[in-house]
Design a binder for this molecule. Structure first.
Ligand SMILES: Nc1ncnc2c1ncn2[C@@H]1O[C@H](COP(=O)(O)OP(=O)(O)OP(=O)(O)O)[C@@H](O)[C@H]1O
Ligand SMILES: [Mg+2]
Length: 422
């Protein structure tokens, strides 16, 4: 039997908390059997690796493993998805279709968010669990399947049973063995370890030095509630890795990334994945894209000017702002954002760029390219505007925090606020 440590390595599971080790140990023990397992724990605690471990360590490992997110399939189609349908069973059913229970015969089905299953589907599921029988939608022919079921939920199933949203008999049938994963805040010794692992992964991914936390920042990391658990921690590590120029993260910087809402939610909750979790990844991407695009456009503009006039000094003089924007301002953190007259530090354009008349013939081509860019830039500007608005909202209009989140200086943010008339 593989050791807990070996399994952790194989499935990329970080952490040493006894409760985590116990959960993995349980998964290893039940894997060779056909016992139904219910994995419980808050959102983002890592429930999805448990069914994978169980399948891989079972005699079913050469057969199919299908993960179904029960919460994501519309009520009207879930029976057909799981059990298949006959041709003509409903409008649009032009072909007979096999469901997951037929396809995964001999394998394992992971029913994620099982608490979201409609009651009618629960009846069908109970029958499969009890004797391996099911009916395709629109068929009266009983079919047999041999499927191991592992389910997961982040809602309080007892509450769901009380509210008659979940069948009690099905619950007991599904949870012959319960594997519980503890929330991150109860895994104190793992928090910093996980952060370091994520920070080093993201440093590699984005080819930047690894961010490091000061002692105070570590302290804050440990006492934060982590409502979104490991998913949230990973997300914050990614944001810091992408947005922070100073790679030493202070408690103050870290605090500006940690949402303060929702910190008093009860222990087992249906945390509909916090919007911040998902939108932030998109936002980071938009930001990186926008910055790249805008730099590229500025550079093109500058090159065009140079090609047209061929006079470096004039171009330098007429485009001080642009050059400063591309090559950076020396006094970024200056307090007086209003005063732009002092932006005098300008980088020189290398002399050899001075004679470029012969490229002038390609001007038309550049013109064409510029027209297309215009549109893309516009939609990116919309995204940037949206990003800035959201960030300001999140930080109650505090420019310093918003600028830190967006990875730009307060001065740049101020300029953008003016530009967009926010
Ligand atoms: N111990 C761990 N080590 C490394 N990464 C982990 C660990 N636990 C979870 N993760 C990562 O955290 C993220 C969330 O995990 P997962 O998707 O399994 O959460 P979940 O419990 O299924 O949440 P939900 O109930 O919202 O579906 C994933 O990216 C996963 O890889
Ligand atoms: Mg999940």
């Amino acid at each position: 039997m593989e050791s807990v440590q070996a399994i952790k390595q194989r499935f990329g599971i970080i952490g040493n908390t006894p409760a985590l080790n116990r959960a993995i140990e349980k998964a290893i023990q039940v894997a060779p059997t056909d016992i139904s397992v219910l994995v419980t724990g808050e959102s983002g605690v890592g429930k999805e690796s448990i069914p994978k471990i169980i399948h891989q360590l079972s005699h079913r490992k050469h057969n199919k493993y299908i993960a179904v997110n029960c919460g994501a399939i519309p009520e009207g189609t879930i029976d057909s998805e799981l059990f298949g349908h006959e041709k003509g069973a409903f409008t649009g059913a032009t072909q007979t279709r096999e469901g997951y229970f037929e396809v995964a015969d001999g394998g394992t089905i992971f029913l994620d968010e099982v608490g979201e299953l409609p009651l009618t589907t629960q009846v069908r599921l109970l029958r499969v669990l009890e004797n391996g029988e099911f009916l395709k939608v629109g068929s009266s022919k009983v079919q047999k399947t041999n499927v191991r079921i592992v389910a997961a939920t982040n809602i309080n199933m007892f509450e769901a049973i009380q509210k008659e949203k979940f069948r009690e008999d099905l619950f007991y049938r599904l949870s012959t063995v319960d594997i519980h994963l503890p929330p991150l805040r109860e895994r104190q010794e793992d928090i910093h370890l996980l952060f370091r692992k994520f920070a080093s992964d993201f440093a590699l991914k984005y080819k930047m030095p690894t961010v490091k936390l000061t002692d105070n920042a570590v302290h804050l990391l440990l006492k934060y509630r982590w409502g979104g658990n490991i998913r949230q921690l990973r997300n914050i590590a990614e944001q810091l890795s992408v947005l922070e120029q100073d790679r030493t993260i202070t408690a103050e910087t870290l605090r500006s990334y940690l949402p303060t809402t929702g910190s008093n939610l009860p222990a087992v909750i249906k945390t509909s994945k916090s919007e911040g979790d998902f939108s932030s990844e998109r936002e980071i991407l938009y930001k990186v894209l926008f910055d790249m695009k805008s730099d590229l456009n500025d550079l093109k503009k500058l090159t065009m000017e140079l090609m047209k006039t061929g006079n470096v000094k004039d171009v330098e003089k007429n485009n001080e702002g642009l050059i400063q924007k591309i090559y950076g301002d020396a006094d970024e953190d200056e307090a007086d954002y209003e005063d732009t007259s002092e932006e005098t530090e300008v980088l020189s354009i290398p002399e050899h760029l001075e004679s470029m008349e012969d490229i002038g013939s390609t001007q038309d081509k550049y013109h064409f390219a510029e027209e297309i860019e215009e549109e893309e830039t516009l939609s990116l500007q919309d995204k940037e505007l949206e990003l800035i608005k959201k960030s300001l909202e999140r930080h109650n209009g505090k420019r310093k925090l918003a600028a830190a989140e967006l990875g730009i200086s307060e001065r740049t943010l101020y300029r953008k606020i003016k530009q967009y008339d926010l």
